[in-house]
Design a protein around this ligand. Structure first.
Ligand code: PPS
Length: 303
């Protein structure tokens, strides 16, 4: 038994939620990623100057940004974006199973990644490629991930929410510590090829966010095209769209009879899951871990 600071205990008998290995201090799901492949893409993956990277910590709005970026690329033409299921449209380049899809992407490639800054393809840093980094209130990420473990077959469903909060804090989840992920990527915050946005900003002002993203990408869309991007990237549109709601994924990999991938799509669902004590404990750790960043995020004012 290991005691944690708020008086709760993390039982050694509790099963970890996934089989994992570590690469450069970060946890990866065994059977999905390999050390050899991570090493290969870190050192040998060729980044093109016109690539656009959609980078996130898991459950931060990756798929939402895939939809937005592809709609922008095709000037709001949903028939083009709907030609491919969302998980193949902007594949995760660190995923060995996605390599064929990455090779098939046409220019400008929109590529997703959950990789932390220190493992990202080295060639990116010598290129002119752009990154959009989407962040989300970590407490809502915990909740989203908690539910996701029930539907993705490589996970063991989490039973004990308190233990899961602790695992998240300790970086014992896929892609490691959220705190390190954000702090690592925020080193690039003043870089002209780096754009960061929050899930909460997308929720609050989707159209305004789309306009800002277009400006960053140098994409000129007229009002009707922007309207189309917004219309087709709302939660309801994506949840009802079989090319965006992951229903094309075989059920032995993702079983949506146990819960929807497009689950709630809101900010603040953590309030329905965290006790007051858990919230206070998380806040204390958050303040400690984030104090050096000298930046306050959207959710810190609104939560
Ligand atoms: S993953 O598995 O890491 O790629 O997941 P990711 O896409 O990053 O995050 C999934 C959560 O994003 C929500 N989502 C949206 N919210 C609002 N609007 C839109 N259009 C949208 N698209 C996806 C999705 O519902 C997951 O959040 P939760 O809180 O679980 O609903």
């Amino acid at each position: 038994m290991q005691t944690i600071t708020n008086g709760c205990v993390l039982s050694s008998a509790d099963k970890m939620s996934f089989d994992h290995f570590e690469y450069k201090g970060v946890r990866f799901i065994k059977g999905m990623y390999t050390e050899e492949f991570l090493n290969h893409i870190e050192n040998e993956f060729e980044v093109f100057d016109d690539d656009i990277y959609n980078v996130t910590f898991p459950k931060s709005g990756t798929n939402w940004m895939i939809e937005i970026l592809n709609l922008i690329k095709h000037k709001g033409d949903v028939t083009k974006t709907n030609a491919t299921p969302i998980f193949s449209r902007s594949p995760w380049y660190e995923l060995p199973a996605s390599q064929e899809q990455v090779q098939k992407l046409d220019s400008p490639r929109i590529i997703s990644s959950h990789l932390p800054h220190h493992i990202f393809a080295k060639s990116y840093f010598k290129s002119k490629a752009k990154i959009i980094y989407t962040m989300r209130n970590p407490r809502d990420i915990i909740v989203s991930l908690f539910h996701f473990t029930k539907i993705l077959s490589l996970y063991t469903p989490i039973e004990n929410f308190q233990n899961f909060i602790e695992e998240f804090i300790q970086g014992k989840v896929a892609f490691g510590s959220w705190f390190d992920h954000v702090k690592g990527w925020m080193q690039m915050k003043d870089h002209e090829r780096f754009f960061f946005i929050t899930y909460e900003e997308l929720l609050q002002d989707l159209r305004g966010s789309v306009v800002r993203i277009c400006k960053f990408l140098g994409q000129e869309l007229d009002d009707a095209q922007i309207d189309s991007v917004v219309e087709h990237s709302t939660f309801k549109s994506m949840k009802d769209n079989p090319m965006s709601n992951w229903s094309q994924m075989p059920s032995d990999i993702m079983d949506q009879s146990k819960g929807a991938f497009m689950r709630k799509g809101i900010s603040g669902d953590w309030k329905n899951h965290f006790t007051v004590a858990q919230s206070e404990y998380f806040d204390k750790i958050y303040q400690e871990k984030m104090k050096d960043l000298n930046r306050s995020f959207f959710w810190e004012q609104s939560s």
